[in-house]
Design a protein. Sequence first.
Length: 246
Amino acid sequence: MKDALLAALDRHEFVLYFQPHVSLTNGKIDGAEALIRWQHPDQGLLGPGAFIPFAEEVGLVTEIGAWVMQETVRLSRPWRTADLDFHIWFNLSGPEVKDPTFVRRLHNLGDDLWGVGVEISEIVAMEDVAATLTFMNELHKAGLFIALDDFGTGYTSLQHLKRLPVDVLKIDRAFVAGLPQDKQDAAIVEAILSIARAFGFTTLAEGIETEEQAAALRAAGCALAQGYLYARPMPAKDFSALIKKP
């Protein structure tokens, strides 16, 4: 697998797909999450679950992540230039958060980071809170926005949360799926939204597939949405066409 992944990098077989973030207030596309895919020569288009775990095992995830960061910034440049309120996000894995060279590589991109953000899962962020705090502060100094991904699935204490320089809380799809019927899911979402309001965080709900889910989140005060109801992840050219529609 290591040789195949190295060959994929060398042959430019990795591609980025983009899934829009949509305002629950006015329906405007606020930004997008960049998602890696592997255009495998034999197996076709593969999602990250098919290869990222192997990349972590063989020590290649930081190299692949460096490509994701550079390509996200490059492809999103015209979108961010055309709309200064547009935000583009890419994911950081655990090894990348711990990589001492990450911030230096980030600075190598120069000043073209306006509107760029990173998503760090709650579980990864809580592995070493002190190190995560230092890392996040460095990212903010470089101009990046920060989202705490899959929120509600980890063990973040409020004491830790108030110290982390987070801009966005992403509500995990596990709590969105049961809306609006599941009272426990609704209570969890309400609690997360209440915490976000108290701390001044923007909220984004993942995995929205129905109008009923969107309506429940809108009524509860969630700001942004992401999911198949709005669009599936798509190639950059299709996303460009989508945001240019009147």
